[in-house]
Design a protein around this ligand. Structure first.
Ligand code: 13P
Ligand code: SF4
Length: 305
């Protein structure tokens, strides 16, 4: 899209946003031009905290559905819009309420921790929610020795490193992070032995074993800023590199192997954001009972951070 067309759209978005009393929240994996029009860019935790704190009437959430749902759960009185209705998270869809209830019946004395990457009805079945930046804290603080963890088996295995509690992982995973292989890390490290390796906890255990730091996307942003390293190797979805380069023009960032892209994180365009504002689409609606129960799980998480 031409710069002029973009500039025209940006002015229209700014105008529409103030008319509608809207705030635009954007996840770190979104397209660069969408990150550039954000009021807040961040990881799942930061964005859910902003959603809870904001006093606007409308939130336009550029990310995937579970993120927009979390904003609606925390602020049911606001209109929350997801500009692309089909932007889902395949990992979130790997666990259903019925399947989770079955597992809960098998382990009646276990508490249930759900990764924020779950659909609202699944969150409503859980005791506490967590994100990649606070999963370890949540597991350490929860009052239970047996914990069912859904849906990411990689994050479950990662948190298990920090506790003696029994973790019962669900068999879900993120197809983007699963594609990062230990060979990718070894190869890029050979080319840049002075590069620091930071990876997301959704990566497989063998990848995590090779990392210098394991961080949420927001943790990676902070790390890149404060680290003295000139070369940083990134093990996560490639969208984050746009922000890292913009905020650290003096440092060099490398992807671990060929860049890995989350399709659903890239389908929202500036035009979609504008149409979302103008047409009020696509509204997130959550049944009241589910919203209330899911909010308990999210509120408990926010108490731990
Ligand atoms: P963060 O909370 O680290 O931004 O992760 C969200 C996500 O979907 C990772 O794939
Ligand atoms: Fe879901 Fe993975 Fe995409 Fe994150 S990167 S939204 S976990 S599919």
């Amino acid at each position: 899209m031409g710069i002029e067309k973009n500039n025209g759209l940006i002015s229209k978005i700014v105008e529409s946003k103030s008319k509608k009393d809207a705030v635009i929240l954007v996840h770190n994996y979104q397209r660069g031009e969408v990150q550039d029009i954000a009021d807040f860019v961040g990881d799942s935790l930061r964005l859910s905290q902003e959603a809870a704190r904001l006093s606007c009437r409308m939130v336009v959430f550029c990310g995937v559905k579970f993120m927009a749902e979390s904003a609606k759960i925390l602020s049911p009185e606001k209109t929350v819009l997801l500009p692309k209705e089909e932007a889902g998270c395949p990992m979130a869809d790997m666990v259903t309420v019925e399947e989770l209830r079955e597992l809960k019946n098998r382990y009646p004395d276990a508490k249930v921790v759900c990764y924020v990457n779950t659909n609202a009805d699944v969150k409503a079945e859980c005791d506490v929610c967590c994100t990649s930046s606070n999963a370890v804290k949540v597991i350490q603080n929860i009052d239970a020795d047996k914990i069912i963890f859904v849906p990411d088996k990689n994050l479950a295995n990662y948190v298990a490193r920090f506790t003696h509690k029994e973790i019962i992982p669900w068999d879900g995973y993120c197809y983007v992070h699963e594609r990062i292989r230990p060979e990718d890390i070894k190869k890029i490290k050979e080319l840049h032995p002075d590069g620091v390796i930071i990876v997301h906890p959704e990566c497989r255990s063998e990848v995590i074993d090779l990392a210098d730091e394991v961080l949420s996307t927001g943790g990676m942003v902070k790390f890149a800023k404060k680290s003295n390293a000139q070369k940083i190797i990134i093990g996560t979805e490639e969208g984050l590199i746009y922000r890292l380069k913009k905020e650290n023009p003096d440092k060099t960032f490398y992807t671990a192997g060929p860049a890995k892209m989350c399709r659903n994180m890239k389908i929202t365009t500036l035009e979609d954001v504008y149409l979302a504002l103008e047409r009020g689409r696509y509204k997130i609606e959550i049944e009241e009972d589910i919203q209330k129960r899911a909010k308990r799980a999210l509120d408990r998480m926010l108490e731990y951070v």
